[in-house]
Design a protein around this ligand. Structure first.
Ligand code: SAM
Length: 282
């Protein structure tokens, strides 16, 4: 196979703080490709320098990604492999790259992930919150009205919710979360992951908010907020409702039996009443 056919776009994860998290494979790929497409070439220049990588760089950021697509495709089609990196962590995760990946794939180019750091996964893995099912929500809207609306839409979500948040808005976001999700909902603040002042704290939203509000230091640095999903209430089975109703109906009138059953089994009063009437008619 000629080199022309084997050029790939590599999506390379880089550290989110601690440079020792850079993988050997990431360094190898960044050294071997023809060009590194970076969100901020000056910022990533320091990273490349640290690992003695002298590959030329071009910028690909939010504002020029569309124009860069054609340029990068042309190089790939000439047989030159390209690596995409972002300022930190995994490209495309709240970072540029989605348009580029879609575009080159549509033109038959292989896209190869070089996995590594990602703040949301690092935070989830250490949060102590359920990790089997989760929903990454990226950044919440900056304006309060839109933020509260987004949170309202998530109020009944049973999966663990994960947000990226600016430290400047952390207190306001936690206040809205506590109002909308409830003060006792468990939440985790994961700050400065992999860095010197890494802090990972999981507590009820009201406590987390009080702690952040009382310690300005907690409102600095980079942070991920995770919130436990709403606990799913399992409806009691109909046979269980009927069993309790039948017992109570021996001693009590329909209305009373239905009310006690409803509160005992956490089913609706109407449902318990209807079922009690049917039992009586048997
Ligand atoms: N692509 C990155 C990733 O894979 O995680 C995320 C980029 S996004 C522009 C930046 C946000 O990620 C920060 O505002 C913060 O919410 C989160 N983040 C990045 N590094 C972090 C760290 N070391 N500790 C906590 N959160 C971090």
């Amino acid at each position: 196979m000629s080199e022309q056919q084997t050029a790939s776009l590599y999506i390379v994860a880089t550290p989110i703080g601690n440079l020792s998290d850079m993988s050997a494979r990431a360094i190898e790929v960044l050294k071997e490709v023809a060009v590194v497409a970076a969100e901020d070439t000056r910022h990533s220049g320091h990273l490349l320098q640290h690992f003695s990588i002298s590959t030329p760089m071009i910028s690909v950021h939010e504002h020029n990604e569309q124009q860069r697509c054609e340029k990068i495709l042309a190089r790939l089609q000439q047989g030159e492999s390209v690596a995409l990196i972002s300022d930190a962590g995994t490209p495309l995760i709240s970072d540029p790259g989605y348009r580029l990946v879609t575009f080159v794939r549509e033109h038959g180019i292989d896209v190869v992930p070089i996995p590594g750091c990602c703040a949301l996964i690092a935070a989830l893995s250490a949060s102590g919150l359920p990790s089997d099912r989760f929903s990454f929500e990226g950044f919440l809207p900056a304006k309060q009205g839109a933020r509260r609306q987004s949170l309202e839409n998530l109020a009944n979500e049973s999966r663990t919710l994960i947000f990226y948040e600016s430290p400047r808005r952390l207190q306001a976001a936690l206040t809205d979360m506590s109002d909308i999700f409830g003060e006792q909902r468990l939440a985790c603040l994961a700050r400065e992951l992999t860095k010197l002042h890494e802090t990972i704290t999981t507590r009820p939203l009201t406590d987390l908010l009080a702690w952040v509000s009382s310690d300005h230091y907690q409102q600095k640095g980079e942070c991920v907020v995770l919130v436990e999903g709403v606990k799913q209430q399992l409806d009691a089975s109909d046979s269980e409702v009927n069993r309790i109703l039948a017992l109570l109906l021996k001693e009590l009138p329909v209305k009373k039996a239905a009310a006690i059953t409803a509160s005992l089994l956490e089913v609706s009063k109407n449902k318990a009443y209807d079922m009690a009437l049917k039992l009586q008619q048997k």
